[in-house]
Design a protein. Structure first.
Length: 368
């Protein structure tokens, strides 16, 4: 499931709000609200505020129709139940559904919308609208469910106010979730093998370890401090536009394998170095071998989470858990995201990172 856990800031960039009463306006805003164009998906927009028109959490799951005998998918049932629970946790009074699908039929859509309405009602919210389109593109037809007779043709999604505000904030709207997933993939095979070899050699002591040799670092605290200093130095290197060498990536892999260093690095998500840190985590996740890749992916996911990019955070946590299913931080953060925990609450984890850095005697950029 894809979860975006903030009332979306792009809406605040314009005085004229998203008109949730206009289905076409709502539908073309969905790619910007999610960060990508959904395909064969069920999307839920939670509504709150005094008039139940303020956009809250936006949720997405693959649309899985009943089988030929009419049996519902267990995954679809679980997703719909979770949608209701998240809307309840959000304090949402109402919700809207958008189905983006080019292969289903009216009967299957009515079935999933009926399930959703029941799940929302059980959690104190009402499904006030449900709309269908084959894909979110200019000129595509849309139509409504729940006895709503409205239908029409979609305007250009890229011309919507929400999309424009999204782009002005520097956020990319991806063509699909799979394209978004590729952000952490695509590392050069030769480079990945070189990094993996360097990690093995560093672990075996075959190469000089600039993280601290025993002759000059005597305590675990000093080792961790040297490793955190290395991380901060390489963030500066990446910010300058330089590309790290395989040995440097390997040193970062081993530095972040130190839990104290990894915990301290989480605090970078809320400071002035957040953008450069994200860039480093992305580059490292693309070339690091398993299971070490999980550390970089988790740190990147945390950065995305605290700035409100739930879909991107979910992609990162999935990549982390694929690399290392036992990664505790990735599992906890992914669970928080899937249960709709707000970024401002998760942001408090950065306090632990600052505490870790202080205990090592390292000053991190203060929170912004």
């Amino acid at each position: 499931m894809t979860t975006s856990t903030t009332p979306h800031d792009p809406l605040e960039a314009w005085r004229e709000p998203l008109r949730v009463s206009d289905p076409a306006d709502l539908i073309v805003a969905v790619p910007a609200l999610l960060g990508f164009h959904p395909h064969r998906s069920l999307v839920i927009v939670c509504l709150g505020g005094g008039s139940a028109s303020s956009v809250g959490a936006v949720l997405r799951h693959d649309l899985i129709p009943p089988d030929r005998s009419g049996h519902r998918s267990d995954r679809m049932i679980a997703a719909v139940e979770q949608f209701g629970a998240i809307c309840g946790n959000e304090g949402a009074r109402a919700a809207l559904a958008v189905i983006v699908d080019d292969v289903g039929d009216r009967e299957s859509y009515d079935d999933v919308v009926g399930m959703l309405a029941a799940s929302l009602a059980a959690n104190g919210a009402e499904l006030v609208g449900a709309h269908v389109t084959a894909c979110i593109e200019a000129g595509q037809r849309w139509w409504s469910l729940l006895g709503d007779p409205r239908s029409g043709v979609l305007p250009d999604p890229f011309a919507s106010r929400v999309a424009a505000a999204h782009v002005l904030e520097g956020r990319q709207i991806w063509a699909s979730r799979s394209e978004l997933s590729g952000l952490l993939d695509g590392g050069d095979d030769l480079e990945r093998r070189a990094v993996a070899d360097a990690v093995d050699q560093l672990r075996e002591g075959a190469l000089f370890d600039r993280l601290g040799s025993r002759s000059r670092v005597e305590t675990p605290r000093e080792v961790s401090r040297a490793r955190l200093d290395l991380v901060l130095w390489q963030i500066t290197t990446v910010a300058s536009g330089e590309r790290l060498q395989p040995i440097e990536f390997a040193e970062l892999v081993l530095a972040l394998d130190d839990r104290v260093v990894r915990d301290a690095a989480m605090a970078l998500a809320v400071g002035d170095d957040a953008v450069a840190a994200e860039r480093l985590w992305i580059e490292l996740a693309r070339v690091a071998p398993d299971p070490y890749r999980a550390d970089a992916a988790t740190l990147f996911g945390y950065c995305a989470y605290v700035r409100g990019d739930g879909p991107l955070a979910g992609i990162a946590f999935s990549a982390a858990l694929e690399s290392n299913p036992a990664h505790g931080a990735a599992g906890l953060l992914d669970s928080a995201l899937q249960h709709g925990i707000r970024p401002e609450l998760v942001r408090k984890l950065a306090d632990t990172g600052f505490d870790c850095a202080r205990r090592l005697g390292v000053d991190l950029p203060p929170p912004t």
